[in-house]
Design a protein around this ligand. Structure first.
Ligand SMILES: N[C@@H](CCC(=O)N[C@@H](CS)C(=O)NCC(=O)O)C(=O)O
Length: 234
């Protein structure tokens, strides 16, 4: 059994998609990051970096439990464990790693900053909004070009690189419909997969805050995620 600690966030949903695609036995342990669950000693014992998701594979290597965080590492671990969604050919495998790293080091952080400054920050910072919005648009163009050349990010194979990327694109695709035809073709192919649909449902959303147009953040939420509570010495 694999335990997934997470909530209704793109990062946890990447892992949800992979767990469904790989047909692994798993259960969700909900972590409400808006309530500060990730700052508790119990969670910090799993991930000292206080970020979700975390998995515990109760049947890890050598039959021993393995606790793992960072979505790139989790996706690679699950792909190696099951022998699925990671090409065997060394060249194709390396290209898969490349697009996976592009997601975790580029798309994740930049899209995260864009949504922070355009929706969550209390004050308006025009420089930051322009900086991250332009970077998001640039990254979308890189993805659109790639998906104009190849069926999937890694090439001919549907892989963990695709699973990592889609959950981050959903808001941008709906706000910029028609502007990225190749990403849209790829996203539709992914959404046709039952495992993707199921994985994107992971976690219980707080509709007023997350699904309802990114509104409703309170000063308490800001303190937990970006302020005093996030940065308190522990
Ligand atoms: N690089 C990390 C990012 C994880 C991350 O940023 N998780 C967010 C939710 S999407 C989180 O748990 N935030 C809680 C906090 O910052 O306190 C990964 O890929 O796992």
């Amino acid at each position: 059994m694999i335990v997934l600690y997470g909530g209704p966030t793109p990062n946890a949903r990447k892992i949800g998609v992979a767990l469904f695609e790989m047909e692994l036995a798993w259960r969700l342990e909900p972590i409400d990051i808006l309530a500060g669950d990730q700052l508790t000693p119990r969670f910090l014992a799993l991930n000292p970096n206080n970020k979700t998701p975390v998995i515990i594979d109760e049947d890890g290597p050598g039959g021993r439990p393995l606790t793992l965080w960072e979505t790139g590492a989790i996706l690679l671990y699950l792909a190696e464990k099951t022998g699925r969604f990671l090409p065997e050919d060394p060249t194709r495998r390396a290209i898969c790693w490349q697009w996976l790293m592009f997601q975790v080091s580029g798309i994740g952080p930049m899209f995260g900053q864009e949504v922070h400054f355009t929706h969550y920050a209390k004050d308006q910072h025009p420089y930051a909004i322009a900086r991250y919005s332009r970077e998001v648009d640039r990254l979308l163009r890189v993805l659109d070009k790639r998906l104009g050349e190849a069926a999937w990010l890694a090439g001919d194979d549907y892989t963990i690189a695709d699973m990592a990327t889609l959950p981050y694109l959903r808001r941008q695709l709906s706000e910029k419909a028609g502007r990225h035809p190749h990403i849209e073709r790829w996203a539709a192919a992914m959404m046709a997969r039952p495992a993707v649909q199921a994985g994107l449902q992971v976690g219980v959303a707080r509709p007023e805050v997350i699904e309802g147009g990114l509104r409703g953040f309170t000063d308490e939420h800001r303190s937990i995620l970006w302020g005093e509570r996030q940065h308190a010495a522990r």
